[in-house]
Design a protein. Sequence first.
Length: 103
Amino acid sequence: MKQMEVTILGQSYILACPDGGEASLLSAVAGVDKEMSAIRDAGKVKARERIAVLAALNLAYQLAERPGAAVAQVAGPSASDSVQIDTMLARIDAALASDGQLL
């Protein structure tokens, strides 16, 4: 596992990345940055934490609307999915904890 420095909404983050996953991570970062920038640029939300939550909800909705997503929703998350989600949420919380300021 290696670490990569990325920038989202002008803020640098060091993220863990599995070997060979660099392109996928950079694609995900670009999508999150694009979504957060669009929310910020709309001018209605200023707090970085709120922008992050709205972007996460928008991206989750987009994923849920993809063909085949309904099958995953009916089956529900597996135990490993829940662990991965909990891990990602902990990482997001840790990243946002150091950024308690408004834009």
